[in-house]
Design a protein. Structure first.
Length: 131
């Protein structure tokens, strides 16, 4: 969920939060697959890689918001706060394509041959599923 001073601000924050969580899930799934063959030092090197993730095909399933009135007795101030929740779905193909995109970016950002080989294997495996 996300907060905002207006309904629109809460909706935007909620959508950004949902996108961020989905991107983190893409990273986690690729890193989980990579951890099956890498040692702890290589996994640490992989975790240090910072690259953007491209996610296409997200579909907003539902979004709801809630407004809360707050009262501060010390200042006698009333404020209104909005909270919003956004839920998305993504096709399996778009999910795999996001993983491939992320793995390719990691592949180009690392120099360790073992990590590169692992990323290449993950990419090949995912591309087989997509086709």
């Amino acid at each position: 969920d996300a907060k905002g001073d207006t309904e629109d601000a809460a909706k935007v924050a909620s959508r950004l939060d949902a996108s961020s969580r989905i991107a983190e899930s893409v990273k986690a799934e690729v890193k989980s697959e990579a951890s099956k063959t890498l040692n702890s030092a290589q996994i640490s090197a992989l975790e240090e890689v910072k690259v953007d993730i491209e996610i296409n095909g997200l579909e907003l399933v539902t979004q709801f918001w809630h407004a809360t009135m707050n009262y501060d007795p010390e200042t006698n101030a009333r404020t209104k706060e909005y909270r919003c929740w956004s839920f998305y779905k993504i096709s399996e193909e778009n999910w795999k394509e996001a993983q491939v995109s992320y793995a390719r970016k990691v592949l180009s950002a690392v120099s360790d041959p073992a990590v590169q080989n692992t990323m290449t294997g993950i990419i090949s495996s995912l591309e087989t599923v997509i086709k």
